[in-house]
Design a protein. Structure first.
Length: 184
């Protein structure tokens, strides 16, 4: 028998846990002055994928009696990533606005350095930096992190759902559920 819980409520904990992991990861990177370290960003990407997989699997096993369609799995993953993205956006705003307002300047300096290394003309670098200064504000970064989080969450969920979906025979599933109820 399926627990009738909204997927929004059922996936809230997974989203919060992944969001808190993201905050802890970001703070550790900030304390170690590794905020702009791309390798560490890729490592967190892997952590995010594992967390999303475990969140969807937990939803399947805890609320859907071990069975989940591809669509349900995809939906759960997107919901989890939406919660994660909102938490991440709030923390991003706080970090860049209040905790370390100079972090934006570090990111701009790194971006300028990369453009110089590419051999861009000085005038193009200047134009690019003007655009980046407008984009790298706490509010714009926070809002864009929600959209990018949901976008990448959807892509991740499309892939992860291939591994988490588990559809069964409804006739067999009902008899198994009835047996479980009789044992309880």
């Amino acid at each position: 028998m399926e627990n009738k819980v909204s997927p929004w409520k059922a996936n809230l904990n997974a989203g919060i846990i992944i969001g808190l992991l993201g905050i802890i990861w970001t703070l550790v990177m900030w304390f170690l002055d590794q905020t702009t370290n791309r390798t560490m960003g890729w490592i967190f990407f892997v952590v995010l994928l594992i967390g999303l997989f475990l969140g969807i699997k937990s939803y399947r096993d805890k609320y859907l009696n071990g069975f989940i369609t591809y669509g349900q799995s995809l939906g759960a993953g997107v919901i989890i990533m939406l919660y994660y993205s909102i938490i991440s956006a709030i923390f991003t705003y706080i970090l860049y606005k209040f905790i370390d307002p100079n972090l934006t300047e570090k990111m701009l300096a790194l971006a300028e350095e990369q453009l110089v290394e590419r051999g861009m003309a000085e005038s193009l670098i200047e134009q690019s930096m003007q655009i980046q200064k407008k984009v790298l504000t706490p509010l714009v970064m926070s809002v864009s992190s929600i959209f990018s989080g949901v976008f990448f969450g959807t892509i991740f969920s499309l892939i992860i759902s291939l591994f988490t979906k588990k559809e069964g025979n409804p006739l067999i599933d009902d008899s198994v559920a009835e047996e479980k109820e009789e044992e309880s």
